[in-house]
Design a protein around this ligand. Structure first.
Ligand SMILES: NC(=O)c1ccc[n+]([C@@H]2O[C@H](COP(=O)([O-])OP(=O)(O)OC[C@H]3O[C@@H](n4cnc5c(N)ncnc54)[C@H](O)[C@@H]3O)[C@@H](O)[C@H]2O)c1
Length: 403
């Protein structure tokens, strides 16, 4: 498009369609949605009216092939992502797909091959890797503030999704793991380093509350080749709103992030706001936890900025279809583990990162004969040193001499 502005076809006019439109049109931005497609014309018309979108379609192919657009943004139910990606690749348009990329790794691999063979730009719309807090934490980690990252924890829990198709495994591909675990796994990969290979997964998944076929709660562990471990907790039955939290621990530091229920804004109302408070909020009265700028808190503006800047700069964005594929492969291992109750390998048809990394701890020398295990200042002012004798393996303690 002229002057580096892009015309967007938006597929889907549901919740994510609303967030994407709000992000691209609410504040001053160059790129515009020119076509919105939805199953029902009324829903597409409503979104088009609200955000000044000139064309409305109910047919996916016509929307993708529309001459006014060069970028296709996919915000459809999970089982429709592949058809949309293949059609966009065939049309030779850049394609940005929401999470999860596929309903499983095979689905995601087909999408990855399609965009790579067609040579079109591709971005995986994993907004939670782009929240301002996450980007700040990632910058600190890259600067060495945490040393080597050894553990991450990511939690996404809320009272359950807002549309029928999420609850139907045939359309969604799974329950809380596919819907929410994909975010947590992507966040963990970013903190540990996306060039570090995820090797195996252990997962508990259960249908604790709702009468559905898929899991409504799950906890998982993903092990990485360098010894780091990434933990996720997901729930479709957590009461009280949307709990989005991350923690990272490294050899030299730690970070804790709270993205939603406790962002620093708390509001009490006896009468109620008479409307929307925040995504998945459960009440409109009493103590409420509004979010100052929801699309920013969830990472959408930074995400689209990276996508369009990368497209213009002819480089890959931070999150590509390969990342979406790796996340799907990790989730497949989680489902296998939930069934077998064992660690299951993460099966990747290609690995594009580092190989041959060691998971052994890196010992710190204290002097020629000892490793330093730790130092601690005691209440009486003494500083204790815990040391390990390199030759005998014996553990000993010393009081550090004060100069
Ligand atoms: N944070 C995020 O990145 C985030 C948040 C919410 C949803 N999503 C993803 O976005 C996608 C859409 O989710 P949503 O919450 O917008 O869903 P939604 O139910 O709110 O909207 C779905 C849209 O797809 C259209 N559609 C077309 N064919 C359909 C079909 N056969 N069945 C149902 N709908 C059909 C609907 O008309 C509607 O416009 C999903 O892949 C979901 O995982 C991502």
């Amino acid at each position: 498009m002229a002057d580096n502005t892009h015309g967007v076809t938006l597929l889907g006019a549901g919740l994510i369609g609303m967030f994407y439109a709000m992000t691209l049109h609410d504040q001053r931005r160059r790129d515009r949605i020119r076509v919105v497609q939805s199953r029902t014309e009324e829903r597409a018309q409503a979104l088009a009216r609200e955000w000044d979108i000139p064309h409305v379609e109910t047919d996916m192919r016509r929307a993708i092939e529309h001459p006014d657009t060069d970028v296709v943004v996919i915000g459809l139910p999970n089982n429709l992502h592949k058809e949309a990606v293949l059609a966009a690749a065939q049309a030779g348009k850049a394609v940005l797909c929401t999470k999860p990329l596929g309903v499983n790794a095979q689905d995601a691999a087909e999408m990855l091959h399609a965009v790579e063979e067609a040579g079109v730009f591709h971005g995986y719309l994993e907004d939670l890797a782009y929240t301002p807090k996450t980007l700040k934490a990632l910058a600190s980690i890259r600067n060495g503030a945490l040393g080597k990252v050894t553990w991450t924890r990511s939690r996404e829990a809320h009272p359950g999704p807002h549309s029928d198709w999420f609850w139907d495994q045939k359309q969604s591909g799974g329950g809380a793991i596919v819907d929410l675990g994909c975010h947590c796994i992507a966040i963990g990969r970013n903190f540990i380093g996306k060039d570090i290979r995820p090797t195996e997964a252990m997962c508990w998944a259960a249908t604790q509350v709702k009468p559905i076929d898929a899991e409504d709660n799950a906890i998982g562990l993903v092990r990485y080749e360098n010894g780091a471990i990434s933990q996720f907790e997901v729930s479709w039955t957590y009461r009280g709103g949307m709990d989005l939290r991350d923690e990272v621990a490294g050899t030299e530091g730690a970070v804790r992030l709270d993205h939603f229920l406790r962002t620093g804004m708390e509001l009490f109302t006896a009468t109620g706001e008479k409307g929307y408070v925040a995504e998945k909020a459960e009440s409109e009265t009493g103590w409420l936890f509004p979010v100052g700028d929801e699309v920013h808190a969830l990472g959408y503006p930074h995400m689209f900025t990276d996508m369009f800047e990368s497209l213009d700069g002819d480089r890959a964005p931070m999150e590509t279809f390969y990342d979406g594929y790796v996340v799907n492969a990790i989730m497949d291992a989680c489902y296998a583990s939930a069934r077998s109750k064992r660690w299951e390998p993460v099966k990747l048809e290609t690995w594009r990162g580092q190989t041959g990394l060691s998971s052994a701890p890196e010992a710190v020398d204290y002097d020629e004969k000892h490793y330093l295990i730790k130092k601690e200042l005691m209440p009486d002012g003494r500083r204790k040193l815990i040391l390990k004798d390199k030759a005998t393996g014996e553990m000993l303690q010393r009081i550090e001499e004060r100069s």
